[in-house]
Design a protein around this ligand. Structure first.
Ligand SMILES: Cc1cc2nc3c(=O)[nH]c(=O)nc-3n(C[C@H](O)[C@H](O)[C@H](O)COP(=O)(O)OP(=O)(O)OC[C@H]3O[C@@H](n4cnc5c(N)ncnc54)[C@H](O)[C@@H]3O)c2cc1C
Length: 419
């Protein structure tokens, strides 16, 4: 059984940033395991620009952003294996992997960072009636076919769901010569970034149909048409509102789910709302020595925030390796209050926070001119007005440690309030 100081599972932007940071912090034997044929994760198929504005103050494409970290990883001599699938991880950090080159191998590490990203919800999750014809793809799968494998997935396209991947694929398919007839969204608001609605739909005259859904897919061998209906406030289709679209392709952009099978196997406690691990301020899960970051922890809108978070995971994994006993102290809980969907991290040990605590959260609805209010054990400590907040955009809240570093503090609550 080969032993490492740190094993990082997943070679996407989260895994890369975490591995590089841990190495910078002095961890000697670091190994990154990636099941794909190259490093970079989902960024390798995101050939559009818009990455890195916060981290590099430049507008990069996905592969360019990934390359910066891949180069750093290689310059630092960090070991990595491609085409290597992690099968399971124990709570003792014993890892079973399989690859063509080496077969079945057992590894052990002093610390593990989970950075497996997320997967897309598929047609099965939506239970749309009809046969199962060719031509129904998740948007990310279509993106990989088009941008990495060189296959055009269809000519007349409808998109269900207005998440960022769907929006980006609306533009991409149009640029490749397809006709995109519309983007259909169940909710009364889009699930994607405003900038993507403008740059991917509005700029190409692709209609966004809010409060609508797909109720039927026609075609047996290949998609021949799709029926769309308006929905009421309970998201139920309204009879008589059927619109028929003559398309050969339906792309689904209906949500991402953290890829947490390995985490569950390791006994990591999960958050029902994020569907990722419950972590503390150091990105450490409920299993000592196992850390999580990136989309496996919660779904991010911008990769820059993934990098920030993953650097934190790398830094604290290094700290854990140097002192596995760790800092035993009662943690403060973060509680999503009114209008807030979730908060990460969920547990805070004030002694481990370096001056300012950063909370990542998603709101439940569209809010304009509302105030984000933070309370420590019920006492208001911060209130900041925000111009615009939407569920598709991750919010960040910064809280000086002095505001919650008292004896016996139990909870930090975040609410959205109109004032
Ligand atoms: C279509 C699309 C468009 C986007 N557009 C933008 C944008 O314009 N700007 C922006 O900032 N962000 C954008 N993002 C978001 C950004 O790309 C993601 O937030 C980021 O890639 C998440 O990084 P990650 O490392 O957590 O996950 P991933 O990039 O998904 O990497 C996870 C890696 O783990 C590997 N893995 C999983 N399980 C195993 C296992 N068992 N064994 C070994 N390896 C495993 C996977 O193969 C993968 O390579 C976009 C995302 C998508 C999908």
């Amino acid at each position: 059984m080969k032993a490492y100081d740190l094993i990082v599972v997943g070679g996407g932007p989260a895994g890369l940033a975490a591995a590089v940071e841990a190495k910078k912090e002095g961890v000697d034997k670091v190994l990154v395991l990636e099941r794909d044929r190259e490093l970079g994760g989902i960024l390798q198929q995101c050939i559009h620009n818009g990455f890195g504005l916060h981290i590099f103050k430049e507008e990069l494409t996905g592969p360019e952003y990934a390359e910066r970290f891949i180069d750093e990883l290689k310059e630092m001599g960090i070991e990595y294996r491609l085409d290597t699938m992690v099968l399971d991880i124990s709570d003792e950090r014993i890892i079973h992997v399989i690859s063509k080159a080496e077969g079945f191998v057992t590894l052990v590490a002093k610390a593990v960072i989970l950075a497996m990203g997320c997967r897309e919800r598929t047609r099965g999750a939506l239970a749309i009636p009809g046969y199962r014809p060719a031509g129904v793809f998740t948007a990310g799968t279509a993106q990989r076919y088009l941008n990495m494998e060189g296959y055009m997935v269809g000519k007349k396209v409808l998109i269900l769901g207005s998440g960022d991947i769907g929006l980006i694929m609306a533009r991409r398919m149009t640029l490749e010569g397809a006709k995109v007839l519309g983007c259909v969204e169940l909710m009364p608001f889009s699930g994607g970034l405003t900038r993507n609605i403008v740059q991917c739909l509005d700029d190409y005259d692709i209609p966004l149909m809010l409060s609508h859904t797909v109720t039927d897919i026609q075609g047996k061998d290949r998609v021949q048409g799709v029926t769309v209906m308006k929905v009421d406030e309970n998201r139920q289709p309204i009879p008589g509102t059927e619109i028929q679209f003559d398309v050969d392709t339906l792309l689904l952009s209906v949500g991402l789910i953290p890829e947490n099978e390995l985490s569950k196997g390791a006994g990591v406690q999960l958050d029902m709302k994020t569907r990722g691990a419950i972590v503390n301020e150091s990105m450490e899960t409920s299993v000592p020595g196992i850390f999580a970051c990136g989309n496996v922890l919660h779904v991010h809108d911008l990769v820059d925030w993934v990098t920030d978070e993953s650097r934190r995971a790398g830094k604290f994994a290094a700290k854990y390796i140097a002192n596995p006993g760790g800092q035993k102290e009662e943690a403060i809980e973060t509680i999503p209050g009114q209008g807030v969907g979730y908060i990460v991290p969920q547990r805070i040990r004030p002694s481990q926070v370096d001056q300012v605590l950063e909370l990542f959260m998603r709101v439940r609805d569209i809010y304009v001119g509302q105030t984000v209010v933070i309370r420590v054990d019920g006492k208001e400590v911060q209130a900041k007005r925000r111009g615009h907040m939407a569920p598709g955009e991750m919010e960040r809240v910064k809280l000086p440690v002095s505001l919650f570093n008292g004896p016996g503090v139990k909870k930090i609550t975040v609410d959205v309030e109109s004032r």
